[in-house]
Design a protein around this ligand. Structure first.
Ligand code: F6R
Length: 614
């Protein structure tokens, strides 16, 4: 989704801004632009990549040089196609105010009409452009206002979500930023300040940051900053230290971030458990929820809300919590939860799961649940993210920054957190101390097993070679492996653009079986658990219709090699552990199919890393 970078200080702004945009490329975008103040307001923007923008800057000669204040943006089209004119920054008609914006202005049509009637002309089809004209209008109405004052006035008329950053040649030493819904972070350097939509462009310059809250504005100069609410009330802000290193957001020798993150999983698994799994005591210690554990255990019902891959982790969470802790669980798409007037009350616990901690739908579900009086708990990866801050209690996944748009290591980290949570909720209630200890021991064996699966990379790549031109894929699994089938299909479709469906294997005969023929690869997750023999029958059904079977099976399973064209053998584990292992070959298969098809895995078309609009 769109990315924002701003700089004010003593260094040349445009190289810093360009570099910042590169750090934000992972979020997904279709155009990019920069505006700086170097005596006047100079802008370069266009459709295409940050690399294309850099070429355009080189061609423009010295257009942006000599500036120590500037803003830059990567746009992910919502209103208006990806094009030069729709790229940000947007300018007012006089060309002396420039603005970049993440989010959606919901009343843009009405504002556009009104501004047009006052003589403003629009140069783009975006919702954003109304903002810059509105600021101009406020300033014209009251010329004694500062840039801050004009922005503040303008925001009173705006409905919707925004993270925005404004500069003006009328007040060249100031950068004004405001946030409602779309995240913004302020990086505090030595005599210089950075603004960004996430910390990735900031961490190489400073570790000290301030997260803007909803409804807050910051006015930043080279000498300092103030934070106030949009209503002009000064607010005390906490300075936070970033918890990751620059190296964590670089590729470290891998061809793509996604591959790097798949391979990081054994280490991430250790990190998620570190300090939490107490094998010698046979228990888990979950600091972030400790004070609420009794209330969580007494929940009449747990509702898990999330989107996409995090929703798949939530489905596994349902199986885990119901199996271990025997508390009824429902899993809802966050986007549906908020609009269906759900029955949730003070006896319920709502768990929101979000890698980024900024997903608009998940955030809205969390707020709706809070309003209804539920205890709201978060499972997030990004420390200090909005969801992490707005939940009453929660657990970080500690997966490190996830840059690849297709989520991989965050998913396995979420599942481990849910596994630990399920065991913590069962303690003293539903399963014995010894059973908890046994299940924890199983968990601690996962990183080593995951590392063994990663050694199958070249076998998986050769399977990808065979199937890379398929038009459709079916993914089937049962029990704990059903959500993994959904996740495997999602991974494939989002990065390779091949249509893929995940189903519970038994559901196949209720419809999808009609699709099966010799052109249809079917991936079965057929590990040895309580549904193993049933899965074998499902494989027979596919085979008898000439479907091409790829199976994920456990080491030593001879029977499966008789039925499947290709078998990927993975280590044995208990049912509840299995998703943490079975998902890895599916991540690798999706990755290789996509790269063999020439797809840009780290920047899949139409996708954004952090979906901060509804
Ligand atoms: C898929 C993917 C998305 C996200 C979804 C929710 O690979 O990454 O489906 O899982 O957009 O994002 P978060 O977890 O940040 O709320």
């Amino acid at each position: 989704m769109c990315g924002i970078v701003g700089y004010i200080g003593k260094r040349e702004a445009s190289p810093l801004l360009l570099n910042g945009l590169r750090r934000l490329e992972y979020r997904g975008y279709d155009s990019a632009g920069i505006a700086v103040l170097n005596g006047e307001l100079s802008v370069v923007k266009q459709k295409g990549s940050v690399g294309d923008l850099e070429n355009a800057l080189q061609k423009s000669g010295d257009l942006l040089s000599g500036a120590t204040v500037g803003i830059a943006h990567t746009r992910w089209a919502t209103h208006g196609d990806p094009s030069d004119r729709n790229a940000h920054p947007h300018l007012n008609n006089a060309g002396d105010i420039a603005l970049i914006h993440n989010g959606i202005i919901e009343n843009h049509a009405a504002l556009r009409l009104e501004l047009t009637s006052h003589g403003y002309t629009f140069n783009s089809a975006t919702d954003t452009e109304v903002l810059v004209h509105l600021i101009d209008r406020m300033w014209k109405d009251e010329p004694s206002l500062s840039l801050e004052g004009a922005v503040r006035r303008a925001l009173r008329h705006v409905e919707g979500a925004y993270g925005l950053c404004v500069i003006s040649s009328r007040e060249p030493g100031t950068l004004v930023v405001a946030r409602k819904g779309s995240p913004l972070v302020l990086g505090l350097g030595d005599g210089e300040y950075f603004v960004a939509s996430d910390a990735a462009p900031i961490v190489e310059h400073t570790r000290k940051v301030v997260y803007l809250g909803d409804g807050e504005m910051a006015v930043v100069t080279a000498d300092g900053y103030t934070v106030k609410t949009v209503e002009n009330i000064e607010t005390e802000k906490l300075i936070t230290e970033l918890d990751f290193e620059l190296g964590e957001i670089e590729k470290g020798g891998f061809e793509h971030f996604m591959l790097k993150e798949i391979f990081e999983q054994p280490d991430v698994m250790h990190d998620v458990m570190r300090g939490r799994v107490r094998l010698e005591e046979g228990r888990v210690r979950l600091g972030g929820i400790e004070d609420y554990l009794d209330r969580l255990k007494q929940a009449k019902r747990i509702v898990i809300c999330a989107c996409g891959t995090s929703w798949h982790a939530g489905l596994i969470g349902e199986y885990l919590i119901e199996e271990f802790a025997r508390i009824p669980v429902e899993v809802d798409y966050a986007s549906e939860f908020r609009y269906r007037n759900p029955i949730v009350g003070t006896d319920d616990v709502v768990i929101v799961i979000s890698q980024s901690g900024e997903t608009a739908d998940t955030l809205a579900a969390l707020r709706a649940a809070k309003e209804k009086g539920a205890l709201v708990m978060g499972i997030c990866n990004v420390v200090g993210s909005t969801i992490a801050r707005e939940t009453l209690c929660g657990m970080y996944t500690h997966a490190g920054p996830e840059v690849g748009v297709a989520s991989t290591k965050a998913f396995t980290a979420q599942v481990i957190v849910l596994y630990m949570l399920a065991l913590a909720l069962s303690k003293g209630r539903t399963i014995s101390h010894d059973e908890i200890a046994l299940n924890l021991k199983e968990l601690t064996r996962v990183p080593e097993k995951a590392a063994r699966i990663l050694e199958l990379d070249s076998q998986i790549k050769s399977i990808a070679e065979i199937f890379k031109d398929a038009k459709n894929f079916l993914y089937l699994g049962r029990g704990y492996n059903f959500p993994v089938a959904l996740e495997g299909a999602l991974k494939l479709k989002e990065i390779s653009y091949i249509h893929a469906e995940g189903y519970p294997a038994a559901e196949m005969k209720h419809g999808p079986i009609a699709l099966i023929d010799e052109d249809m690869p079917v991936i079965f997750i057929a590990t040895r658990d309580s549904t193993y023999t049933k899965i074998l029958s499902n494989i027979e059904e596919v085979r008898s219709r000439k479907g091409r079977v790829i199976a994920i099976a456990n080491d030593g399973d001879q029977e499966i090699s008789r039925l499947a064209e290709h078998v990927i053998y993975i280590p044995q584990a208990t049912g509840p552990i299995m998703p943490l292992l079975t998902v890895i070959p599916l991540q690798l298969l999706a990755y290789h199919i996509a790269t063999l098809r020439g797809c840009n895995v780290d920047r899949p078309r139409n996708l954004a890393k952090s979906v901060t609009v509804e």
